[in-house]
Design a protein around this ligand. Structure first.
Ligand code: ZN
Length: 228
């Protein structure tokens, strides 16, 4: 299985979790919500073949932890994976909109032109986020748990971007309408655990009528883009 968006650093026993995933051969990309979390977690990932840690700065922490932007810049060459970054203009994030945009400009300028795979959070800010990603010519982006307008999906696809889908999306009407608009070769799987309660990747694959191999091939082609 491939989990392109997981927060194992937020689990009660991260090491037991990733050891188990590695043992069964799963590929797991661990998101971080702050650069300091990445810095703390990275040494624990040594020796793992299929588990990676992404450098992130969650939009909802932009105001509170702006001070960590320089650390993000210092750490940016230590991993090929970036996330979770993005914008959140939902009720929860609306008040910090301006800080989020300011921070995101900094993060995108730090990764601009670098070969990275970038997992983004776009809740209620899908259009604004896409515009910024385009402005900085960011490639290899994965829209995680997309819940935005269906009519924006073609524009996201036109940039060559991917979507990561979890079980919860497959169970909701809105999620299903979104999945329907995405070509199979742009679909990836995720759990968003432990924040998400419906994390069964097998169930998501069954719903999408895709095999593990299909998703593996999609992930492979994404990886090839940063290796080229
Ligand atoms: Zn997440």
């Amino acid at each position: 299985m491939i989990d392109t968006h997981c927060h194992f650093d937020m689990m009660p026993k991260p090491e037991a979790y990733i050891r188990q995933r590695e043992l069964v051969g799963d590929i797991v990309i661990g998101m971080t919500n702050l650069p300091s979390h990445f810095q703390m977690g990275q040494p624990h990932l040594k020796g793992y073949k299929h588990i990676r840690l992404a450098l992130g700065m969650h939009p909802l922490l932009a105001t509170e932890r702006k001070i960590e932007v320089p650390l993000f810049k210092r750490l940016v060459d230590q991993t090929s994976y970036i996330g979770e970054i993005g914008l959140d203009f939902s009720k929860e994030g609306y008040a910090t909109k301006d800080d989020q945009i300011e921070v995101l400009h900094e993060l995108l300028s730090a990764i601009r032109g670098k070969k990275k795979i970038v997992s983004v959070h776009s809740r209620k800010a899908e259009k604004e986020l896409l515009a910024l990603l385009c402005e900085y010519e960011i490639e290899n982006v994965v829209f995680h748990w997309y819940s935005g307008p269906v009519d924006l999906i073609p524009d996201i696809l036109a940039q060559g971007y991917y979507f990561s889908v979890n079980e919860a999306m497959c169970l909701s009407k809105n999620g299903r309408a979104i999945i329907e608009k995405i070509p199979r070769e742009r679909l990836l799987t995720e759990t968003d655990a432990p924040y998400n309660e419906r994390t069964n990747i097998r169930a998501a694959l069954d719903y999408m009528k895709m095999s593990e191999t299909d998703v593996f091939q999609n992930f492979r082609s994404l990886l090839n883009r940063i290796k080229a």
